[in-house]
Design a protein around this ligand. Structure first.
Ligand code: CO8
Length: 261
C-alpha cells in the first residue's frame, strides 16, 4: 500500500496490481466539482499508462459514492460557462480508460455520481447503496452520459421511468434490473472489490485491454463490424508473450505467469 500525493479531492492508493481512486470531498458528499473531475481524470490517465496496474477501483465513502455534480458550483453558470468548463471532455477521457474500472458504491450514487458509476465496467454495490438520476428535479437532465448509458443498460422503458421520475433505486432493485453487477453486504464492499479487481488484474494486460475495447464496440457498432473488431483483437493477441504463456501453462497444468505485455 502506497499513497500517491498531490491531490486534494481524491486519494490514490495501490495494492499490488490494483489501484484505488477514493473520492474524498466529505463536506459535499463527494459532489463532482471541476477540480475533482480534473483529479480523477489525471489519476485514471496516469494509472491507465502504468504497466504495474491491471485494474482500477473507484470508490467514495460509506455515506456517499457521489451525490452528483456540484450543484453549488453550477448554479449560477451560463450555457457558455458550462461549455468552457471542460466537464464533458474530462469525463469522456475517464470513460476512455483502456483498463477495467470497477465502481465500489456505498451510499448515494445520484446524478453525476450514478453516471460516473455507469462509466465503469463493473458496479459492485453495498446493500446500503442508492442510485438515481434526479437532474430533472433541478431543471436540467443527466449530463455525463446518463441518458445514453442507462437506456443501453436497462432498455428504454425502465430507463425512461427512472430518468423522468428521478426516483431513487435501492441496491436490490438496481441488481434485479441490471443497473449494477452485484450487491454485497456493506461491510464486505471494499474487500469484495479488492478481491474482484485483483482477480481481473492478474490476467494478461493486453487481453484485458482488448476485451474492454471489443465490449465497448458492442455499444458503438453494428454487429458485423463489432465481430470484425473482435477478430482483429483476438488474432493480434497471438503476438503477445502472454498468449504463449497462457496456453503453455494450460498444457503444463500450472498457473500462468503473465508478463502483462
Ligand atoms: N452538490 C453540492 N453540494 C452537495 C451536493 C451536490 N450535488 N450533494 C450534497 N451536497 C452538500 C450539501 O449541500 C451539504 O452541504 P452543507 O452542509 O454545506 O449544506 C452536504 O453536502 C451534506 O448534504 P445534506 O445535508 O443534503 O445531506 P442529507 O443526508 O440530508 O441528504 C442527499 C443527502 C439526499 C444526497 C442530498 O444531499 C441531495 O439531495 N443532494 C443532491 C443530489 C442531486 O440532486 N444530485 C444531482 C446533481 S445534478 C448532476 O449531477 C448533473 C450531472 C451532469 C453534470 C454535467 C457537468 C457538470
Amino acid at each position: 500500500t502506497e499513497g500517491t500525493g498531490g491531490y486534494r479531492t481524491i486519494r490514490v492508493e495501490r495494492r499490488d496490481r490494483v489501484a484505488w481512486i477514493h473520492l474524498d470531498r466529505p463536506e459535499a458528499l463527494n459532489a463532482l466539482n471541476v477540480q475533482l473531475m480534473r483529479e480523477v481524470v489525471a489519476a485514471a490517465t496516469e494509472l491507465d499508462g502504468d504497466d504495474g496496474i491491471g485494474a482500477i477501483v473507484v470508490t467514495g465513502s460509506e455515506r456517499a459514492f457521489a451525490a452528483g455534480a456540484d450543484i453549488k458550483e453550477m448554479a449560477t453558470k451560463s450555457t457558455a460557462e458550462m461549455r468552457a468548463d471542460g466537464h464533458f471532455g474530462g469525463w469522456a477521457a475517464f470513460a476512455a480508460v483502456r483498463k477495467p474500472v470497477i465502481a465500489a458504491v456505498s451510499g448515494y450514487a445520484l446524478g453525476g455520481g450514478c453516471e460516473l458509476a455507469l462509466m465503469c465496467d463493473i458496479i459492485l454495490a453495498a446493500d446500503s447503496a442508492t442510485f438515481g438520476l434526479p437532474e430533472l428535479s433541478l431543471g436540467v437532465i443527466p449530463g455525463i452520459g446518463g441518458t445514453q448509458r442507462l437506456v443501453r443498460a436497462l432498455g428504454y422503458p425502465k430507463a425512461a421511468e427512472i430518468i423522468l421520475t428521478g426516483r431513487r433505486v435501492g441496491a436490490e432493485e438496481a441488481e434485479r434490473i441490471g443497473l449494477i453487477s452485484r450487491v454485497v453486504p456493506a461491510d464486505r464492499l471494499l474487500d469484495e472489490a479488492q478481491e474482484m479487481a485483483a482477480s481481473i488484474a492478474a490476467k494478461s494486460l493486453p487481453a484485458l485491454v482488448a476485451a474492454k475495447a471489443a465490449m465497448d464496440a458492442a455499444l458503438e457498432m453494428p454487429l458485423a463490424e463489432g465481430i470484425a473488431l473482435e477478430t482483429e483483437h483476438f488474432t493480434a493477441l497471438f503476438d503477445t508473450e502472454d498468449q504463449q504463456e497462457g496456453m503453455a501453462a494450460f498444457s503444463e497444468k500450472r498457473e500462468p505467469r503473465f508478463r502483462h505485455r
